[in-house]
Design a protein around this ligand. Structure first.
Ligand code: FE
Ligand code: FE
Ligand code: ZN
Length: 276
């Protein structure tokens, strides 16, 4: 099964996102759990969440991806920022159990000059302090572009976080094609080798989702500027190979390209045409 979707606004509620995804030709989607640049969440509606769960079942959806707000930085040097990250993460983990067996993705964080080791120690405090043995959600570390002091732009850093997590059975990785290209990994002719490296260092069994984006910048640029499918450095040929790569078969692919919903519908159709 080819699970393809895009980032959707959550302002109309959960069921509404499922219906919008269908209208766009998608069978999965991603959404922000709360205001991406702030952190406030609407009051949680459990009935709406269970309506989405039924809708997804009826329409053969793949897993969906909830994305933590960008302001969540568990690796911060400031205690206040870390406390905010911990409380948002705890709340979101709770909410996700109303959408059981789905995915919760977050940016590992920026160490803002303290160094990667201290940053990772704080990230692990958040994970080990708030994950639970009996949770059904898989928490995903997103591969990052390496902008500023971002942690998670190398497979080794992600592996170190996984190694320190007491709940590894519920921890995985979301691979963002723009981010890893910007981080210096080849997603064009060397994509197979990149995945084999991912397998050696992290393990492909830890890969649960793909953010499918083109990049405005060349490999290694550390910029994190997403581009529309086929209009950036990666290009349509290589994106076609990515969605057909056997190692990624069955994973949800989420578009985070600079588009409105019509633009997403166009890209979803384009990608379905490239899927063998
Ligand atoms: Fe992200
Ligand atoms: Fe992403
Ligand atoms: Zn990005």
């Amino acid at each position: 099964m080819f699970y393809i979707g895009c980032h959707l606004s959550s302002s109309g509620g959960y069921l509404n996102m499922g219906k919008t995804a269908s209208e766009l030709g998608a069978n999965t989607f991603q959404f922000f759990t709360r205001n991406p640049r702030g952190g406030s969440a609407k009051k949680f509606d459990a009935d709406d969440a269970s309506a989405l769960v039924s809708y997804m079942k009826e329409n053969n959806f793949g897993k969906i991806v909830a994305h933590a707000p960008y302001t969540l930085n568990p690796a911060s040097a400031e205690a206040k920022t870390r406390e905010f990250a911990n409380s948002v993460f705890a709340d979101d983990i709770e909410i996700m159990e109303h959408l059981p067996h789905n995915l919760y993705n977050f940016h590992p964080g920026s160490h803002v000059g303290q160094g990667t080791d201290i940053g990772i120690r704080y990230i692990l405090e958040m994970l080990n302090g708030n994950m639970r043995r009996d949770m059904t959600t898989t928490v995903l570390l997103e591969t990052m572009a390496g902008k500023g002091s971002e942690i998670g732009s190398t497979f080794e850093e992600l592996r170190t976080i996984i190694d320190g997590c007491e709940y590894k059975e519920h921890l995985g990785v979301c691979l963002d094609t723009c981010h890893i290209s910007d981080a210096g990994y080849d997603v064009r002719d060397g994509f197979e080798e990149t995945l084999l490296e991912f397998d050696r260092i992290i393990g492909l069994d830890r890969l649960y989702a793909v953010h499918l984006n083109d990049s405005k910048n060349p490999m290694g640029a550390h910029k994190d500027r997403h581009e529309k499918i086929g209009q950036g450095f990666i290009g349509l040929d290589h994106i076609g190979k990515i969605i057909n790569n056997a190692h990624l078969s069955g994973l949800p692919f989420e578009l985070e390209t600079p588009n409105d919903n019509d633009g997403y519908a166009y890209e979803i159709k384009l990608l379905k045409g490239l899927k063998k």
